[in-house]
Design a protein around this ligand. Structure first.
Ligand SMILES: CC(C)(COP(=O)(O)OP(=O)(O)OC[C@H]1O[C@@H](n2cnc3c(N)ncnc32)[C@H](O)[C@@H]1OP(=O)(O)O)[C@@H](O)C(=O)NCCC(=O)NCCS
Length: 177
């Protein structure tokens, strides 16, 4: 996976802070049929191992992700990008940041559950190297919908003599942390 494509904007991916909430909630409301409310965000972020990041572009929050860090993996709970900034590599840069965290934190995979009808998200994660590893039957009961479990598996993590992590996961590209 290349980090940037020519058409992409370059975003700064950083920790989410309380001041970001208004922008995050606006993106959430515009992105999902059943959006989380602020209380649900707060409860999630206050719980142990739950982390929020935002993608910032020219001082504006244009995307965010919430993830949890159970043992040896990252569980991506939520990711969304402002409609006006989609297809500009924002989600790619957020996920790339999480992939780098895998290496630093000695974790092996990123897991996300996606509605079977969310073709955009399925395409997006597939393009980022995720593979379908399971199905959750009738996961969204009200809509009678399944969810796919998608997994990004970190391969070929080697430790050099200096302790630097080197990965050959991305074809033709070697990342050094
Ligand atoms: C899914 C979502 C987060 C993708 O964000 P994004 O910033 O637009 O994605 P990117 O620009 O980084 O796209 C990366 C790649 O994913 C694929 N992709 C993204 N959107 C796509 C679409 N609408 N159709 C087909 N492929 C798509 C492409 O391969 C793309 O690379 P390319 O544009 O160079 O071809 C965004 O569409 C969104 O917020 N959707 C609503 C919320 C949601 O469904 N979240 C997922 C919950 S699990």
């Amino acid at each position: 996976m290349e980090l940037y494509h020519e058409k992409d904007i370059h975003v700064n991916v950083r920790w989410m802070i309380r001041n970001d909430f208004a922008e995050v909630m606006a993106i959430e409301a515009a992105s999902f049929e059943f959006p989380w409310n602020e209380g649900e965000f707060l409860r999630c972020l206050q719980s142990r191992n739950c982390i929020g990041v935002v993608a910032e572009y020219e001082g504006k929050v244009v995307g965010y992700a919430i993830y949890e860090t159970p043992r040896h993996k990252i569980f991506l709970t939520n990711i969304a990008v402002d409609e006006q900034y989609r297809r500009k590599g924002v989600a790619r840069q957020i996920v790339q940041k999480l992939i780098r965290k895998l290496i630093y934190q000695n974790r092996h995979k990123i897991v996300v559950e996606v509605r079977e009808t969310n073709l955009t998200a399925l395409q997006c994660f597939r393009s980022l190297g995720f593979l379908a590893t399971g199905t959750l039957r009738n996961f969204y009961e009200e809509q009678d919908e399944d969810a796919y479990i998608l997994t990004y598996q970190q391969h070929n993590v080697l430790r050099s003599e200096t302790g630097t992590a080197v990965t050959g996961t991305d074809a033709g590209r070697v990342m050094v942390s």
